[in-house]
Ligand binder design. Structure first.
Ligand code: C2E
Ligand code: MG
Ligand code: MG
Length: 339
């Protein structure tokens, strides 16, 4: 029956001279119990329908109990997340970014973590989609920006290095589309006294591909402030090198997928070499993400990739871990020594 409904409605039909085509998603719930309230049955069908929608249009899904449990867990996560900021459960972690040629520390990438009271430390992969749905991803991002800028300004003052420590902060397309984002950052830089060239905003490929005018305008203005723009996870989406000269980008972050594959065959090494060479000829510097082994590190250094980050050097660290680390290692020569 569901298949027939989906197929029948798939055919275009005419409405006041327009050809209309609609997609259909069907959720099915059944019961043998006469006691089950009608509204409960409808709720179950609704849950199944949303599941069908998430699989793409033209699907049907039959409700089962596991689905209900998942919905409840997600609802709970939504409720918890709304309180996370207030209850001070969010943390900023800092992953070192290293100069590959010298192994000096160039700075950090700020990533958010949620110290959940029952579930422990959660990474954004576990709660970011919920945050977006609930509409609190934007305030969370601004909070991270603020924390990270204050923190790095403090570390710069306390641990002066030859070139000041930099900070990379992730910025979503939604955030970039906020009309006040440039003003917000301008004020934040003033307030923290952070030299603008030590802040890198990491944007994702979808922003580049959509080429939305407001986003490009915002990025251009941010660059005029002296902030640098990093293109995150390069190579995973559809952005190609041809976008780069049309787009205000200073840094390319080569995705971990390339880095992990680098020693599997020569082709991947060639891809990375090409990315690095082309980026450099466009005066764009390169950061390799997800370096996990010495081999990957040494190959990327040979390929003249400028910077690297990954578990080989360090995982994202707490503020306190960074502080004792900076204290112990940076006071000598600013060289990261692996334990
Ligand atoms: P990303 O910006 O590409 O961040 C790097 C991710 O790779 C981090 O995951 C980091 O923990 C992980 N990683 C670092 N080194 C290694 C390694 O050697 N191997 C592997 N396999 N992974 C490594 P995390 O923290 O879970 O963040 C996931 C994504 O969530 C980030 O990817 C970023 O896109 C987003 N994100 C994190 N914090 C924020 C934030 O404050 N604002 C926004 N808008 N997005 C954020
Ligand atoms: Mg990033
Ligand atoms: Mg990345």
């Amino acid at each position: 029956m569901a298949e027939r409904i989906v197929t029948t409605l798939h055919h275009p039909f005419h409405l006041q001279g327009h050809e209309i085509q609609i997609g259909t998603s069907v959720g099915i719930a059944t019961t043998t119990s006469l006691e089950m309230p009608f509204t409960q049955l409808l709720t179950q069908a609704d849950i199944a329908m949303y599941r069908a929608k998430s699989r793409g249009r033209g699907n049907y899904v039959i409700f089962d109990a596991a689905m209900y449990a998942e919905v409840l867990t997600r609802r709970q996560l939504e409720l918890d997340l709304r309180q996370a900021i207030e209850h001070r459960q969010l943390r900023v972690y800092y992953q070192p970014i290293v100069v590959l040629a010298t192994q000096e520390i160039a700075g950090f990438e700020a990533v958010v973590r949620w110290q959940h009271p029952e579930q422990g430390l959660l990474s954004p992969t576990e709660f970011w989609s919920v945050a977006e749905e609930v509409g609190i991803s934007l305030p969370i991002e601004r909070w991270v920006l603020r924390q990270a800028c204050y923190q790095i300004a403090e570390w710069q003052a306390r641990h002066p290095t030859q070139s000041p420590l930099m900070i990379g902060v992730n910025l979503s397309g939604r955030q970039l589309a906020q009309p006040d984002i440039v003003l917000y950052l301008e004020r934040l830089l003033l307030e923290t006294g952070l030299p603008s060239h030590t802040l890198m905003l990491e944007i994702t490929e979808d922003i580049v591909i959509q080429q939305a005018e407001p986003a490009i305008a915002a990025l251009t203005r941010l660059r005029q402030l002296g902030v640098s723009i990093g293109l995150d996870d390069f190579g995973t989406g559809y952005a190609s090198l041809s976008y780069l000269h049309r787009f205000p980008v200073d840094v390319l972050k080569i995705d971990g997928a390339f880095v992990h594959a680098i020693n599997q065959d020569d082709k991947n090494g060639e891809i990375v070499r090409t990315i690095v060479t082309l980026a450099h000829s466009l005066k764009i510097s390169t950061i390799a993400e997800g370096i996990e082994t010495f081999d990957q590190f040494s190959q990327l250094r040979t390929l003249h990739c400028n910077y690297g980050q990954g578990y080989f050097f360090a995982e994202p660290l707490t503020q306190f871990a960074v502080e004792s680390f900076l204290h112990a290692y940076c006071s000598e020569r600013g060289v990261i020594k692996r334990p």
